[in-house]
Design a protein around this ligand. Sequence first.
Ligand SMILES: Cc1ncc(COP(=O)(O)O)c(C=O)c1O
Length: 390
Amino acid sequence: MSYRLDLKTGYPSTAIAPLDRLSVIAAEVIVSGRGFQYGGDLRGHEGARAQIARYLTEVMSIPVETSHLILTTGALTAIDIVCRTLTDPGDLVVVEDPTFFFAVDLLRMSRAQVVGVPMLVDGLDLDALDRLIAANPGRVKLVYTIPSFHNPTGYTMSDVKRAALVKMALEHNFYILEDATYEPLYFGAPPPPPLKTYDAGQGRVIVVASMSKVLMPSLRLGWIWANPAQMSAFLRNKSDAASSRLTAEILTDFMSDGHFMDQITRVREVYARKHDALVATLRANAPEWLSWHAPGGGFFIWATLPETIAAQAVIERAHEREVDVFSGRASYVSPLDDRSLRLCFALLDEAALCEAGQTLCEVITEIGSKSLGARTDETRQQRRGPRCEG
Ligand SMILES: Cc1ncc(COP(=O)(O)O)c(C=O)c1O
């Protein structure tokens, strides 16, 4: 069932894609035959890896070598390869709880046991992780984390926690799978340096990301960024051969004019406007008892309802008014309750975000006024002036 106003789906906006230029390049790559053949080198197209290495060096602020990259069919395949390589069936793989639901399915495919550790506003709860490690000596092999603009919460791990998590990995001999999908998408201050900065070349942190959120998801072009010594192990588990030669050729041509950072700047501007539209709408319309915060990057705003209100009730009522929103519960490995909603601001345009946000706030206020007694937000509504600022 689809609804007119989609805050649910975590997809990028077509507004970010330079379609004219991409279509000219794609036509040339196909007609010339350059994109026709299998890829050969399992690490993927060398030109594309060189361009991505240059881009990552700029955006992650640490040097990245072409030889440290393996191209994959999106970040999802990268997650699968890393997990299958670094874990044995029955090992514990720790995820932030909640986390990106699709990654959990992939991690389980390697027959590792996926365990959730609570996600806090400043990142993974490291005390809880410490307790888990102490209770299961030697069993935690991998921690999967989305440190910047996390899916689904939008939270960003603090600098201190990044350093502390890597220190724990070195002490307790586990790997960190750093999903940097949303890393470049900051709208104000950049997030703290990637976790990989802290492992001092020791190979405890493996980074995955892709072109999906900054150029075009259907390119299915992602990567693993690891240490040279780890390459052959990852390549042994590479099930997508050399990944697509066609998209690698297109990407290489697109990036080779040296202006890819202009694309990133444009993408940030597009998503920042959307972010600001939804944030302004929530500021103006959300009841005071709804807990949420502006992420300042990425795709998602996480909203938490009071204990007496079920997210499912909000979702059902929102559907009646043509708004769709993602149940936070679906992102938990061990859901405790049903109080959270994930709002994606990437897909809709600003006017639709404003309408969707306002309608959702009305639904939440209406349900809240019944279940919280007569505690409606009338005074606040009167104070506000325009109800849709986006
Ligand atoms: C955290 C995270 N990692 C990976 C992906 C998927 O990336 P890709 O399209 O590169 O497979 C997504 C979103 O779809 C995501 O939210």
